[in-house]
Design a protein around this ligand. Structure first.
Ligand SMILES: Nc1nc2c(ncn2[C@@H]2O[C@H](COP(=O)(O)OP(=O)(O)O)[C@@H](O)[C@H]2O)c(=O)[nH]1
Ligand SMILES: [Mg+2]
Length: 234
């Protein structure tokens, strides 16, 4: 996927979405450097905003992050509208969060989006439910750029951050700057295939591409039930 350029835009909108507790807020805070600050979580609004500098020429990104309201889908139009970059997040140890990526993806008007990331978070947890090659395969099928990382330990984070900053620079750059960067396409993200991983986590036999009826069910309660079940089995 080539990065579509915005003309001289200085502030752009990044939307981070995915199921609750997959690490969206942790990722956002690591991006803007506030991860370890005492900043209090504002739970009174439906959306949190995290901003950070993207270029020396006052290019700025604002991340739109749901403040724990992931189960209510009524916000979606405003939330996704005019997003320049979209980041969808799942947690590698929690299969339903991977399944639901399809549902998050379906809320987006992809034509308007300059770049789409799929992040497999929490790779510090060794008990994986989704292999790396599956994540890559899915990302590929949707034209997304895949990274896996741990927002908690920082493992793999730099690679994603650098790609995001590079994208941001292109989005905010002028036409002259563009000539140098015009060759920027996806690089090596799809090449590496993971080693064998033993599945211990909860794992039903379906993938995000065929799960529409599953995500249409009342989600939160169902997920909680599944979660309890998994913990009991372990
Ligand atoms: N082990 C592990 N835990 C994480 C990671 N990222 C976030 N968490 C934890 O997962 C929980 C939910 O994270 P949060 O960022 O609030 O998720 P959100 O609901 O998607 O915004 C918190 O307890 C985080 O500390 C990670 O990479 N690894
Ligand atoms: Mg959050």
């Amino acid at each position: 996927m080539m990065v579509k350029q915005l003309s001289d835009k200085k502030v752009f909108k990044i939307v981070i979405a995915g199921d609750g507790a997959t690490g969206k807020t942790t990722i956002s805070k690591r991006l803007n450097g506030s991860l370890n600050s005492e900043e209090k979580l504002q739970m009174t609004t439906a959306i949190e905003f995290h901003s950070f500098e993207i270029t020396e020429k006052d290019g700025k990104a604002v991340i739109w992050d749901l403040a724990g309201q992931e189960q209510f889908r009524s916000f979606q139009d405003t939330f996704f509208a005019d997003a320049d970059i979209i980041i969808l997040v799942y947690s590698v140890e929690w299969f339903p969060s991977y399944m639901n990526i399809d549902s998050w993806f379906s809320m987006v008007n992809t034509e308007r989006v300059s770049k789409f990331y799929l992040l497999a978070n929490k790779v510090d947890i060794k008990n994986r439910a989704i292999r790396k090659d599956e994540g890559i395969e899915y990302a590929k099928s949707k034209g997304m750029t895949y990274f896996e990382l741990s927002a908690k330990t920082g493992e793999g984070f730099k690679e994603f951050q650098e790609d995001l900053l590079r994208t941001g620079k292109i989005l905010t750059s002028t036409a002259e700057d563009q000539t140098e960067q015009s060759d920027l396409t996806e690089k090596d993200e799809f090449i590496e295939i993971s080693e064998d991983i033993e599945f211990k986590s909860f794992r039903p036999e379906y993938t995000p591409n065929d799960l529409f009826e599953i995500v249409e069910k009342p989600k939160l309660k169902q997920d909680e039930d599944l979660k309890d079940k998994t913990f009991n089995e372990n």
